[in-house]
Ligand binder design. Sequence first.
Ligand SMILES: [Zn+2]
Length: 368
Amino acid sequence: MTLLRKLKASGAVVVLAVLALGSVARADSVNTPERQVRQIAPGIYTIRHADPTDDFPDGNTTVVIGEREVLVVDTCYLPSSADADIALIRAWTDKPVRWVLNTHWHNDHVGGNQRYRQAWPGVDVIGHEETRRMITARVPSYVRRFIASDSTFAKQREALRLSAETGVDDKGKSVDPAARATAAASLAKLETARREFSAMVVEAPTVTFESALRIDLGGRVVELKHLGRGNTGGDVVAWLPGERILVAGDLVDHPVPYAFAGYPSEWIGTLERLAALDPLVVVPGHGEVLRGKGYIERVAALIRGIRQQINDLLEKNGGGFALDEVQKAVDLSAARREFAGDDADNLEFFDASMASLIRVLHAELRAR
Ligand SMILES: [Zn+2]
């Protein structure tokens, strides 16, 4: 049993040491098997959460403690994950959480909003006006579909139940013991999510802004900035000018950029503005805490390069190049190695994410 496991087994809070400058980059994964807490500066913590289901990773949460009050960035996919974070915060400080920031509207960043308000009734949830609008328009309907008994989610649960319980899948094929155990574990996670969603009340930000908001926590200033669209229409980052720490939300995800929707042409400029802040530490929306602006610049270069390739193809063909031809023609081989390495899950995520990126860029460039 390793020391880390012993500490976990004893129920102790595991806080990894403050990031060492110049530490060797470890291979990161799009998967997160277990919760990990990191102190990135005195009074500033990031929490990486175990994947709540096989299909949905969880967003990172950042806790910034001032002399008077606390700001929390992003609140997880499941209320129970937010509850566990709240217990950690209470162990770290007796100062109240006064502000919760939603960096954007996606479920894995806003699911615990209600829990923070219940824990500290004085909490205001802050977000871009577009984030408030999208949470209200999209998140409750997602939760309703997830718990409904006639949805695609219900069909997915039924298929897993069949494999796990009978050893025969929904196509009549037999399932080996290892696959049965995997199906049972996947089903258990989906059932937990369904149970939690049944009791969940989706809460949208109560304080919204369009471009910037400065918050003084007492001896510590946090600047909330909308530096342009990218991952969503209302992406906001938290910038700590004193510490030069940037909490970037899903504008920056590690090790593989999340590009399943959004505004990729504008995303390039937004990333350039993030890099121009010249952060010492970057907390991505998912994945490992990063040092310096290098990764942000690499993501900007990736999107810029793909955009240029599509633009060249369209120009060569008088604007008439179809999407499936573009998907085949864009050369991603170097980028694929650079971002995904040789990890099968990273590679699968990279391929899916880049296929979406190419689709959206193709539509944007054809529409010009
Ligand atoms: Zn996310």
